[in-house]
Design a protein around this ligand. Structure first.
Ligand code: MRU
Length: 354
């Protein structure tokens, strides 16, 4: 991905520190946050400095690698287990977080008591998680591009672009591939309240990529579909159950219902690392509930360049803030993975190696 012509990854490890493009500052400022300890990495994940399934997964993996580099010899395994647990407790829904953490723990485990080898294996495994995420997302672009035809209006929800992964993105990767291949698309990005990932991050990415787009209010998606402006919808996912039910950012389920009612194909794009083979169906997916303050307040930059946080509800109002919902497999036309486009009922076999 390129921001103002400069190549970036969303997350990377350098000199034993995890580097993150600070997504709470985007699109107002492009800043890199450095985390030097597993606790700092965990804090960055829970406060959404880094967010999005693949980016969280790589950050969790790098966090365990940092833990392996820093854990004292005498308490190495206990300290590593403690730090991995700290990282795993940050966001409950994103399957890639658990995948990334476990990949690095497994690599360490394979080294037994050879701690020098274990530290090297941890860094190598974390780097592999990040590199494979980028490669998978690039392949998702190639496989998904064929679903999008010249002249289409394409809706998306939240941000499942390069900022949500190590590079390329999931839902936006086919859009970028089609756009680079000369197809004229128009993207309809809904705001994605309460944190505004669509308004802030997807709009930022699409602007950087030169893809024509408009930000629309969350509640207006169905109306734009009924007006004939949207011919396909594609979203990302935070966890996919073995039966093809998909957890994604809150509002996805309503968007899928609107798409079904309007006769518009609704696609999900995700690397196979997002599939949870141990989760039989959507009702078993743990859904994160975040602080009600994300609803009672909003934030951004004033025209004078000041960061401002303002209240949007009467003081004392109780707010409930589900971060994700589940879209049943039956509403999904296809799931785009790095291994091709599959029917939702087939995803379980992809992750179990079938
Ligand atoms: O809470 P977030 O921003 O980490 O949410 C995750 C997401 O980015 C979305 O749900 C996205 O649509 C799928 S993950 C790339």
């Amino acid at each position: 991905m390129k921001i103002d012509g400069v190549s970036y990854r969303t997350v990377w490890l350098s000199e034993g520190r995890v580097h993150l493009l600070d997504q709470n500052r985007l699109p107002y400022a492009v800043e890199v946050m450095q985390c030097g300890t597993p606790a700092e990495v965990a804090h960055a994940i829970s406060t959404m400095v880094v967010r999005g399934a693949g980016a969280i997964g790589a950050t969790g993996a790098y966090g365990v690698a940092v833990a392996a580099l820093q854990a004292p010899e005498a308490t190495f395994h206990a300290q590593l287990a403690h730090d991995a647990e700290l990282l795993a407790r940050t966001r409950p829904t994103a399957q890639n977080l658990f995948y990334g953490i476990q990949r690095v723990l497994d690599a360490v485990e394979a080294c037994g008591d050879d701690l020098r080898a274990a530290r090297e294996a941890a860094v190598a495994a974390a780097q592999a998680v990040a590199d494979e995420d980028a490669d998978a997302c690039e392949a998702i672009g190639r496989h998904g591009e064929g679903l999008l035809e010249d002249g289409m209006g394409v809706a998306t929800h939240c941000n499942a672009g390069w900022l949500a992964f190590v590079d390329w993105g999931s839902a936006l990767s086919p859009i970028y591939a089609a756009h680079r291949g000369g197809k004229r698309l128009h993207v309809w990005a809904d705001e994605t309240r309460p944190r505004g990932q669509g308004a802030r991050l997807t709009a930022f990415e699409l602007g950087q990529e030169g893809v024509p787009h408009a930000v629309i209010a969350d509640g207006s998606l169905g109306a734009w579909m009924r007006r004939g402006e949207i011919q396909a919808m594609i979203v990302g996912s935070d966890r996919i159950a073995a039966n093809g039910d998909v957890a994604n950012k809150i509002g996805t389920y309503m968007a899928a219902l609107a798409a079904r009612a309007s006769g518009i194909p609704f696609y999900v794009a995700a690397p196979t690392t997002t599939i949870d083979p141990d989760c039989p169906s959507g009702e078993h997916i743990p859904i994160e509930e975040r602080s009600g303050e994300e609803l009672s307040h909003t934030w951004g930059w004033s025209d004078e360049g000041r960061f401002v946080r303002v209240r949007t509800t009467p003081e004392g109002t109780r707010c409930r803030n589900l971060a994700f919902d589940v879209t049943p497999a039956g509403l999904i036309a296809g799931i785009v993975t790095e291994r091709g486009v599959v029917a939702p009922r087939e995803v379980g076999s992809l992750r179990s190696g079938g």
